[in-house]
Design a protein around this ligand. Structure first.
Ligand code: SF4
Length: 881
């Protein structure tokens, strides 16, 4: 029987069924009954079964590099924390947790730190993702409550997607919007994004806004609505406060033509956007990291919310501001106080809330003031103020801005504890204690998605090795620290019940978070729990919030916030002339610890890359598919250039995912601007001043190997996991005389290659090692940006690892790195679901005169499952036409 769970990745929170094949291997399918996805999954969700492997797993507790028992590890952690607290006080310790944790894990971590250690130094990687949206909601509505739901995406008449590449980052929501638009072609979609992303496939209007100018654009909209009598004065009078101040600020930004000029947009396009927003009641404004990850992210959120308040479009069918959360349980974390500036159950650090929570927890030692937010927290570790840090299920050495400083901080800390399901991450490298945590497919608990829907994540397989649930690890440490009677949990349901009971303290207050209907849930009911939106009270319609105009503030009225556009922190300059933007790509997730294990996901964008406009590439001497050196005031990186006119001139885009386990010199977090929003503490990850130049290697190499080998120490390296092989793309500046030594080292053998060609004059080396099972390793090295390396037929080489023995013609062709005549190179993978390559699609378009993506789908199946590659297929159709 299938096990019902939810996806491990984004905040859409798709329902998943985990099945077991006849051979005992797991298989995942979409859950047709889950209201987030109705059976559909994107490329990431549908390949989750590939990640259910013991490869790379942390299987046992480790102390200082040596295997330890759980008892030893728990005592070591508890004694270490207690000693530091005794010597330096509770604020000398910190937890850094994750939106990957389940609500039950989050609840226990938060209770231990804030309730019993007595410090609020617990923050989460959700700080990097949506803390500006949280702060904006709290300022406007009085509570961090998302008013909308996913049905609104289907019934809205205008959807504004701002700072959100929904097609790649929330693919199932994008497919829902696309399907609705197909049914109702009059529905309009506006995309506001500096880049022309895959989301623009369904856009009626794309506004390629200058980075940092969102407040000006939405303030301009508020001024326009007022000037054209499109506000709702009755709603404002009855349900809002602060309109006059917000309007005065908005008007000070200038008229439409000045706004357009400041945003670097066409006046006509801005006017069209404003006219549509003014005319269409059912307007939904979805915003995501492009708004939140900014030194003015909270103001941006409030500038959007102001326009919805002014038109009374909050919590109505198809009409709301709607933040799309990045992580699977960022919302659950918000509900139990995972952020350093919240207590639990949406409560604050005022006297009344502190008394309520402390009474409920029976914790006289409760923290009474907010703790350190993510960037400040690691700054405090670097400064020696925080001496112990426990990192749970996240990888700050990659994902935080100015990540080099985070590494320094971890090196300096007295005690670093990491609980994770993966053994070697860029962060765990610096830990004294490693605690093996259960991973997706093993974990048991709940998550909350972007529409406030709580769903069960259920374990389908036993935890690998000695891995344990995070809530249990925390419970055991709490007991060893002396707080056992306050942490009596035996099951995840015990924790959930207590969390639900705590939320009922909000009853009769102005807050909406209340899980009252679940506070006595039995073990059996918890196990069978169906997805449910909060508030979970009888006779309350929880589909939307605030539709009645009754908000969570003490007065019951929503607050307009007066905001003015500040632009970006650390703007570009003569020394740092380019603006670097970072974000996600379609087939990877966060720091790749899980997605890099799924071969189909590594085929779409196999190497770290930087996108740049053709004119900017020319200006800075960058060539497509060659390497570039990027530098900011905080760090540097080397990566492949992708020249594309989807970028604005003078700007760069780099994915956030690559790290030192899968690449060398491509940890983009090292470069990222550490400025933060003064209200939310969220970093400015969308704008870093930097410079770029072509980087010329003395040699380049490509190697494919049956074995997972360590990355060599060269300037540029990327490791790509395939089905039965690992591929290594390498470049360096060392002497070419060392290349063969490098080859042996990479191939992990001193044996002479089975096939070898050396052209000393031209410094070319090609060799392969074979054994009775077929190809072991092949390696091609050439000088500079060598042609042979660029032209090697990577797909054909990869296919050789499927063969038990090579044909003579294949052995011969191995030397050239090119497939023998008659074997087709299908090119870079476009459709991850069906493994269809770029060259195959282009060939089919030409051969059969295909003119639209649906025809390509009929011929090749490409784009017919999750649909995330349709915009790329359309680009290929254009290219071919
Ligand atoms: Fe998972 Fe998000 Fe894809 Fe759904 S849309 S399958 S939650 S990654």
């Amino acid at each position: 029987m299938a096990n019902r769970s939810t996806c491990a990745y984004c905040g859409v929170g798709c329902g998943i069924e985990i099945h077991t094949n006849a051979d005992g291997t797991p298989r995942v399918e979409g859950d047709f009954e889950h209201p987030a996805n109705f059976g559909k999954l994107c490329s990431k969700g549908s390949t989750l079964a590939h990640t259910l492997t013991d490869e790379g797993r942390l299987l046992h507790p480790m102390i200082n590099g040596l295997r330890a028992s759980w008892d030893q590890a728990v005592s070591y952690v508890a004694n270490g924390l207690n000693r530091i607290i005794q010597e330096h006080g509770p604020d000398a310790v910190a937890f850094y947790v994750s939106g990957q944790l389940l609500t039950e894990d989050y609840y226990v971590a938060n209770k231990l730190m804030k309730g019993f250690i007595g410090s609020a130094n617990i923050d989460t990687n959700s700080r990097l993702c949506m803390s500006s949206a949280v702060a904006a909601y709290k300022r406007a509505f009085g509570e961090d409550s998302v008013p909308a739901n996913y049905q609104d995406l289907e019934i809205a008449d205008l959807i504004v997607l701002t700072g959100s590449n929904t097609a790649w980052c929330h693919p199932i929501l994008f497919q829902r919007i696309k399907a609705a638009k197909l049914q109702r072609p009059d529905m309009k979609v506006v995309v506001i994004d500096p880049r022309r992303t895959a989301t623009c496939e369904i856009a009626d209007l794309h506004l390629p806004i200058k980075p940092g100018m969102d407040v000006a654009l939405f303030n301009g909209l508020l001024g326009y609505l007022h000037a054209n009598d499109k506000i709702d004065p009755d709603y404002i009078a009855a349900h809002c406060e602060g309109f006059d101040g917000a309007l005065a600020s908005a008007r000070a930004e200038g008229d439409l033509s000045r706004i357009a000029a400041r945003c670097d947009l066409s006046e006509t396009d801005v006017a069209t956007f404003y006219q549509w927003f003014a005319a269409i009641d059912r307007t939904l404004t979805c915003f995501s990291q492009g708004i939140n990850q900014s030194s003015q992210g909270t103001d941006k959120g409030n500038a959007i919310i102001n326009c919805h308040l002014a038109t009374g479009r909050i919590g109505k069918p198809g009409a709301s501001p709607f933040s799309l959360t990045g992580q699977p349980n960022a919302m659950g974390g918000r509900e139990v106080g995972g952020l350093a500036n919240q207590l639990a159950a949406h409560m604050d650090f005022d006297e009344e809330d502190v008394a309520k929570v402390s009474g409920f927890w029976r914790s006289p030692n409760i923290a009474r003031k907010p703790g350190l937010k993510a960037v400040d927290l690691f700054d405090a570790v670097a400064a020696g103020k925080v001496k112990a840090v426990w990192v749970m299920g996240t990888n700050p050495a990659v994902s935080l801005p100015n990540a080099g400083k985070v590494v320094e901080a971890l090196q300096k800390a007295e005690l670093v504890i990491v609980s994770d399901c993966i053994e070697t991450t860029d962060t765990s490298t610096y830990a004294q204690v490693l605690l093996p945590a259960a991973g997706w497919g093993e974990k048991d608990g709940t998550v909350t998605n972007s529409e406030r829907r709580i769903s069960r994540q259920r374990g389908a397989i036993a935890p690998a090795g000695e891995a344990r649930q995070d809530w249990r690890i925390l419970t055991d440490v709490a007991a060893a620290m002396g707080y056992g009677e306050h942490f009596p949990y035996k099951t995840a349901a015990d924790v959930f019940r207590e969390h639900a009971q705590l939320t009922t303290l909000n009853r009769n207050s102005h807050r909406k978070l209340d899980l009252g209907a679940l506070d006595q849930i039995t073990e059996a009911e918890y196990n069978g729990m169906a997805p449910v939106q909060w508030p979970t009270l009888p006779n309350i319609d929880s589909q939307r919030l605030y539709g009645d105009g009754n908000f969570s503030t003490p007065s019951g009225k929503a607050c307009f916030i007066a905001v003015r556009c500040q632009g970006v922190s650390n703007p570009v300059s003569t020394e740092w002339p380019l603006a670097l933007n970072t974000g996600r790509i379609r087939d990877q997730w966060h720091t790749m610890t899980r997605t890099a294990l799924a071969p189909p996901l590594n085929a779409h964008k196999p190497e770290p890359f930087v996108e740049v406009h053709p004119d900017t590439a020319t200006e800075f001497g960058l060539e497509n598919n060659k390497l570039a050196h990027l530098q900011s005031p905080w760090g540097q990186a080397i990566m492949k250039v992708n020249v594309t006119d989807s970028m604005r001139r003078g700007e760069l885009f780099v994915p956030m995912h690559w790290n030192d386990q899968w690449a060398r010199g491509a940890r983009i977090g090292e470069l990222v601007n550490p400025s933060v929003d003064p209200v939310s503490g969220q970093p400015e990850s969308k704008h870093t001043p930097c410079k770029a130049a072509a980087w010329q290697p003395q040699w380049t190499a490509i190697m494919l190997s049956r074995e997972n080998l360590p990355l060599p120490k060269c300037d540029y390296a990327a490791k790509i996991r395939g089905q039965k092989f690992y591929r290594y793309e390498l470049a360096g500046t060392g002497s070419t005389e060392d290349l063969m030594a490098l080859a042996h080292k990479l191939a992990c053998t001193e044996a002479k290659p089975s096939i070898e060609y050396r052209d000393s004059k031209n410094q070319n080396i090609r060799c392969a090692w074979l054994d009775q099972q077929g190809l072991v390793t092949c390696l091609y090295v050439g000088p500079g940006s060598s042609g042979i390396i660029a032209n090697a037929d990577r797909n054909w080489l990869a296919s050789l690892f499927d063969k038990p023995a090579l044909e003579p013609v294949e052995r011969k062709a191995l030397l050239s790195g090119k497939s023998p005549a008659g074997v087709e190179d299908c090119g870079r993978t476009i459709c991850a679901c069906f493994g269809v390559g770029e060259k195959t699609i282009l060939k089919a378009i030409k051969q059969h005169n295909l003119t639209d993506a649906a025809d390509v789908g009929k011929r090749l199946k490409a784009g017919t499952n999750c649909g995330s590659c349709v915009s790329e297929i359309k680009n290929l159709l254009q290219q071919a036409g």
